[in-house]
Design a binder for this molecule. Structure first.
Ligand code: ZN
Length: 230
């Protein structure tokens, strides 16, 4: 069961005080997706993973934190940020995560930025699952754009030695899933091979081999760790 309480925060950027729902506790029953997206009930708490200041639109896990205020304000006031925050083709929650990714990228925290962009993709997935069939293609495109953004940021993280996941081959497995679901199949296979070269532990090897098979089959669908259990 998920417990929620309310907290009050003062915005780092504009000083406005606002109230937000905070997760007291939650649980996860079942298998995560291959890109680590958690099962229920944690899955349904995404709205509370990132907050938005009602006045200036600053997006963060905690509105009171997130770096040097003046530098953050510059990003929040930039035309790119304003445009993303209000982008009508994306669900509101996805815009928040993408704005968060923009701030983190500017701060050089590429791994965390990649996770924010991937969270935006999950928010898009949830939104198109509820849409009429005719709109599904359009909604899937937004998920795909967020995954492409996550890919760019995870690759930047790798290049900069910013470890976005712990354990041999784990980063490569996550990146492979994001690449495969963006329809970048050859790059996904490459990432699996790079992961396997690191001779990771058995479960990670299994995931990498499974991802490689899915990518070779040009399969874009979502799978959970449960698909690996015999
Ligand atoms: Zn603010």
């Amino acid at each position: 069961m998920t417990t929620i309480f309310e907290i009050t925060e003062q915005c780092l950027v504009c000083g406005t005080v606002s109230s937000h729902a905070e997760i007291g506790s939650t649980n996860a029953m079942g298998f995560s997706d291959l890109d680590t997206r958690p099962p229920e009930m944690r899955r349904s708490t995404m709205e509370m993973w990132v907050r938005e200041c009602p006045k200036c639109g600053y997006c963060a896990e905690s509105l009171e934190e997130g770096g040097e205020a003046e530098a953050v304000r510059k990003i929040v006031l930039s035309p790119e940020y304003r445009k993303q925050l209000k982008k009508r083709s994306f669900p509101r929650l996805a815009n928040r995560f993408l704005c968060r990714a923009m701030i983190l990228e500017a701060q050089g925290v590429y791994g965390a930025a990649g996770w924010a962009a991937l969270s935006a993709a999950w928010a898009c997935d949830d939104s198109w699952e509820n849409y009429q069939k005719t709109d599904v293609r359009k909604k899937m495109e937004t998920s795909s754009l967020c995954r492409q953004r996550a890919t760019e940021l995870f690759i930047l993280a790798q290049k900069n030695g910013d470890e976005f996941a712990e354990g041999d081959g784990v980063q490569e497995a996550i990146l492979a899933d994001v690449l495969r679901r963006s329809e970048w199949f050859d790059a996904a296979v490459k990432s699996c091979l790079a992961g396997l070269e690191k001779q990771p532990e058995e479960i990670i090897q299994k995931i990498l081999l499974f991802e490689k098979k899915l990518a070779e089959e040009r399969n874009v669908y979502c799978y959970t760790l449960g698909h690996l259990v015999d």
